[in-house]
Structure formats: structure tokens, C-alpha cells
Design a binder for this molecule. Structure first.
Ligand code: SF4
Length: 105
């Protein structure tokens, strides 16, 4: 959930194992690991919006998103359900060469 909206929904093991929304992926990436390289945990850039400062149009996550595109500035992404997973993101399912951003790790 981000900015008062569900951005990804699905079975817990599937979402944790293969998160599709950039916010979900960022949250998982920020979890500190107890083993291995501790520097791999990375916090999401920026700060979450307050409900009184949500943008009037576009994706509410765009200021923090590494995959944002021009359409993210103007169009609120619809939640799309595919294979039992629901994601609200313009980039989800698009080939990375069209998105123009590196794949999140
Ligand atoms: S809709 Fe755009 S800004 Fe929002 S999460 Fe997806 S890629 Fe990022």
C-alpha cells in the first residue's frame, strides 16, 4: 500500500519471492539481512507523501520510483490483475528496453 492505495496484491509467498511493483521491490530490498553483505540493504530514496500532499494526477510513487516514465507524470496507473496478481504500475509487464531503466535488483 502506498499513498493510501493498494499497489500490489497477491499470495504472500509470490509477492515476496517475485515482487512486481517498484515500491514493493524497494521495501523488500530495504530489509536488512543477517548474513552476507549488510551494505546490500538500500532504503528507498525520498520520503512518502502525506495524504494532504498527494499529487492531483499521475502515479503517487513517481518521485521515488526508479522506473518512472513520462506517462507516470500524468496518468494514475490502473490496477491490473494477471495470473492471480494485481499490480498498479505502468511499467509492470513492459519490456525493460521500453521502460528505459535498469532492472531493479
Ligand atoms: S506507475 Fe510509473 S512511477 Fe508509478 S510505480 Fe510504476 S513505473 Fe513507477
Amino acid at each position: 500500500m502506498y499513498g493510501g492505495r493498494v499497489v500490489e496484491h497477491g499470495p504472500v509467498t509470490e509477492v515476496l519471492g517475485d515482487a512486481r511493483h517498484p515500491y514493493t521491490r524497494g521495501l523488500i530490498r530495504a530489509i536488512p539481512r543477517l548474513t552476507g553483505d549488510l551494505s546490500l540493504a538500500r532504503a528507498l530514496p525520498g520520503r512518502p507523501p502525506t495524504l494532504g500532499t498527494l499529487p492531483a494526477q499521475g502515479c503517487v510513487f513517481r518521485e521515488r520510483c526508479e522506473r518512472r516514465m513520462d506517462v507516470c507524470e500524468t496518468d494514475d496507473p490502473a490496477a491490473v490483475t494477471r495470473d492471480g496478481r494485481t499490480v498498479a504500475c505502468h511499467a509492470t509487464g513492459r519490456p525493460l528496453e521500453l521502460v528505459g531503466r535498469e532492472e531493479l535488483v
